[in-house]
Design a protein around this ligand. Sequence first.
Ligand SMILES: [Zn+2]
Length: 128
Amino acid sequence: MQLGFLSKLSISGVMKISNLKKHNDMWSVITQKCPKCNQGNMFSTLFTMSSSCSHCGQDFEIEPGFYLGAMYISYFFTSFFLLSSSLVLRFYFEFDLLVTLAIASILSVLLIPIAYRLSRRLWLGINL
Ligand SMILES: [Zn+2]
């Protein structure tokens, strides 16, 4: 009787690990696929998010204000990129400080669509 309990426990553990892998699949994050099925696209255009998954029907609009937490992830991405690119431009390429800040700022603005999409996909994957 205890063996039956242990076999159910181990199957349950395997299921949790497979769910964790499914929700954190890096390729799914990079390509902004649905965190539930890894098939449907989350975005229909550059900044327009689909309301639900075209493959499994997962609702992407969980509740009003759900994606406010994604702003923290986007802030982290942008800050990290701005700081690291500034350090490389300033100390490796030895640009002037104003030129460094101008180039890093322009690159950060160009990064906005990528940070927006990745942060929303990560936030949804974390909270599903
Ligand atoms: Zn899906």
